[in-house]
Design a protein around this ligand. Structure first.
Ligand SMILES: [Zn+2]
Length: 82
């Protein structure tokens, strides 16, 4: 591969088309009492999954974070996992 044939960096690392957020598709809200579903948006250490893991849009990521925090407060979800 010659130097001239090389593509510029922006084209080399093309972004994959982002999957739309699960809550945007189904138009549903996350219930903080539904702990098995809330746990999907937590890491194995008990942290709230970042957007790159959860795949949520900004609006629904905030909703997820709120649901996890509520679940923690009523004792359904852990604050930390050792
Ligand atoms: Zn969304």
């Amino acid at each position: 591969m010659t130097r001239e044939a090389r593509k510029p960096k922006q084209q080399q690392f093309r972004k994959k088309k982002k999957r739309p957020c699960v809550f945007c598709i189904d138009q549903k809200e996350l219930d903080y009492k539904d702990i098995s579903y809330v746990k999907r948006f937590m890491t194995d250490r008990g942290k709230i999954a970042p957007r790159r893991m959860s795949g949520c849009c900004a609006l629904h990521q905030r909703m997820v974070a709120k649901a996890v925090k509520r679940a923690r407060q009523i004792g359904l979800a852990p604050y930390v996992v050792d």
